[in-house]
Structures are given as structure tokens and as C-alpha cells.
Write a protein that binds this ligand. Sequence first.
Ligand SMILES: Nc1ncnc2c1ncn2[C@@H]1O[C@H](COP(=O)(O)OP(=O)(O)OP(=O)(O)O)[C@@H](O)[C@H]1O
Ligand SMILES: [Mg+2]
Length: 362
Amino acid sequence: MSDCMSLEILNLRKSFGAATVLSDISMSAGRGEFISLVGPSGCGKTTTLNIVAGFEAPDVGDVKIDGVSMLGTPSYRRKLGMVFQSHALFPHMTIAENVGFGLAMQHVPKPEVAERVGEALAMVKLGALADRYPRQLSGGQQQRVGIARALTVRPKVLLMDEPLSSLDAKLRREMQVEIRRIQQEVGITTLYVTHDQEEALTMSDCIVLMNRGHIEQAGRPEELYKAPKSLFAASFIGESSFLDANVEALSGEAALVRIDPATQVEIARAPWMHPNARLQLAVRPQSVGIRSAGAGEGSIEGVVVSRAFVGSVIRYVITLPGGQEVQAQPSAQQDFLPEIGDRVGLSIERPRWMAFAPEKAP
Ligand SMILES: Nc1ncnc2c1ncn2[C@@H]1O[C@H](COP(=O)(O)OP(=O)(O)OP(=O)(O)O)[C@@H](O)[C@H]1O
Ligand SMILES: [Mg+2]
């Protein structure tokens, strides 16, 4: 089996009435891989998951698990584990009974149910709470019960649709780590839906970024973060400042780009650039260094308009002479930490600039 993928999603198309919801969705996961589907609300994430689960049929395309098409197989025989936003535990059953429910339905013998429930609860570190009722558990614990329940059926693929969206920020971060730990321990192929790009960045082996029914970009988290292929990808994954600019001159590998009459920068040349072309520059706040004005070579200077302390870093907004804004995020340990109203110089390494041709409005 090592030569075939654990999960393959092949050229899915799906319409509801006149609305095309998925245009041409393909992705694959090797065994044990964690893939996140991210994208704005309504882009088709849940629809994709529902087709994998067998709750919806695609108009065109296929879903394969271990190389076998699942289209003719009903949902309950696809060997899937599923975890959704609402964990929907049975309130009148204990945690152990909830977790064992699927197995009991499959007429698995009682001693085996007990053994597998014990294993699954140990995996999510809830063994001690097996005899409690759902109302006696916190939100995060209930979500872990949901995961244990999905794992007891020993699925080949785990599907999760926004499992953490009902939890508060702190618990969410804890559960991100926890889900990833469990997923790696079990070594289970996972398709995870979230609209939270930060969650996708921290958890995934691979991110599939969707936009209006198509895949905008797919790759490893650092790939999407460092080399977004479109303005949409740059704005959806990670934070960026965006600046309107014009190509002033091209030479060899470099492009000289003007942001405003007083501000120009040199960036890496791209094939589509030509003199006077309009472009959108983007730069991550983490890639922007600040220093005192007039101290360095570069020609970017501006005025600090806001300054916010966010834990270990300070979040600055600097206005350039033409009025466009750049965010910088130096470490709070740095010696030079200017105040609002101070004039500063910005240092941005050439490869840190991202440049995109302006996009047509959708
Ligand atoms: N059963 C249905 N009938 C008609 N339209 C549907 C149906 N299910 C989904 N849609 C539409 O398909 C589009 C994609 O929906 P989907 O639920 O896949 O989005 P999503 O990416 O999961 O969004 P969200 O982040 O809000 O959960 C939406 O425009 C939605 O209104
Ligand atoms: Mg959804």
C-alpha cells in the first residue's frame, strides 16, 4: 500500500442549483499526513469535507481512500472518524458510554468495547473521567471526548470541521497542540477544516488555501507564508502590510519600485514586471526592521503613528511620506524602541518584499 496515497480528492466539481460551489478541487494526503483546508466563509471547505464523508455526492470527480474509490460506498462504511464543531455528546450517557457508542452500534463484543474505549480515553488523557457525564466536563474536555469517540472505530482518515471554533482563544491554542499530538501518536491521516489561518499554520503538514470554490495555493505552511503566489494568499495567510507602487526601472535581477515621491525600494525582479507597471507590494511585519532616521543607507523613512505592546514584541505602524502605512514588529528587547511621532528609518531586506500584479476585483 505504500505506493498509493491514503486520501485522494480528485477533480471535484459541485453545484447547488445554479451556483458552482466547487470548481476543480484536487488534493492528496500520504498516510499520517495532516492537511488543513482554509479559506474565507463560503469558499467550499465544508462541502469538500462532506463529499469525502459521503454526505454529499460530487457532480464530477472522485474520492479515494487507500487507492479505492469511495463514491459507491455509504458514509458509515468509509472507515472515517469525524469531529465537528458541536461535539454532540449524549447527555444521559457517561463519557465512556459516549465514546463506546459507535462500537456498541457495530455489535463489537463488550470486553473489546471496554478495552478500546480505555485506549482512546487514555490517548486524549481523560481516563480518569470515564464515569462522568458530559455536563461535568469543560468545553475542551468535551471536544477531546469527541476525538476519542472518532478514534475508537479505528478510522483510516479523520475528518474535522472547525472542531475548536466554540472554544475561547487560550483553550483553542492548547487544543491545537493536543490534537496535533494525538494525531501524530495515532499516525492518522487527517483532513482539518478551519477558517483560522494561524491554526492552520501551526498544525498542518500541508495547507490547502481555497477561494470561491477553487484552490488558490497548496503547500507546506512555511511555503505559503514565505512565498504566497497571489495577493489573496498573501493577505489570507499571515499578516502583511500592502503598498501600492510603480515599477520605475528594471535592471538584471532587480526592480526599482516607487512607493511615493520620497520613497523607493529595490526588490527582486519578476517576469511580469515592466517599466511603469503598477504593482502591489507586501511585507510581513516580522520582516521590517526599524532604526533611527537618517542612520542607514536605505531610502525608506516614516513617522510612527501607533505603538502597541503585545507580549514579547511591539507592534508599530509607520506612515510613509505619501500616506501609506507599514507595520513593523520588533522584539520588545530591542534597544531602539521609538515613540509615537518619532521619525524612523525602515530596513527591509530585498528578498522579504513580495510583489504582485494588481488583481482584478472579483
Ligand atoms: N446544501 C446546500 N444547498 C445550497 N447551497 C449550499 C449547500 N451547502 C452549501 N451551500 C453553499 O455552498 C457554498 C460553500 O459552502 P460551505 O459550507 O462549503 O462553505 P465553508 O467554506 O465551509 O464556509 P464556512 O467557513 O462559513 O463554514 C456557500 O455559498 C453555501 O451557501
Ligand atoms: Mg464550513
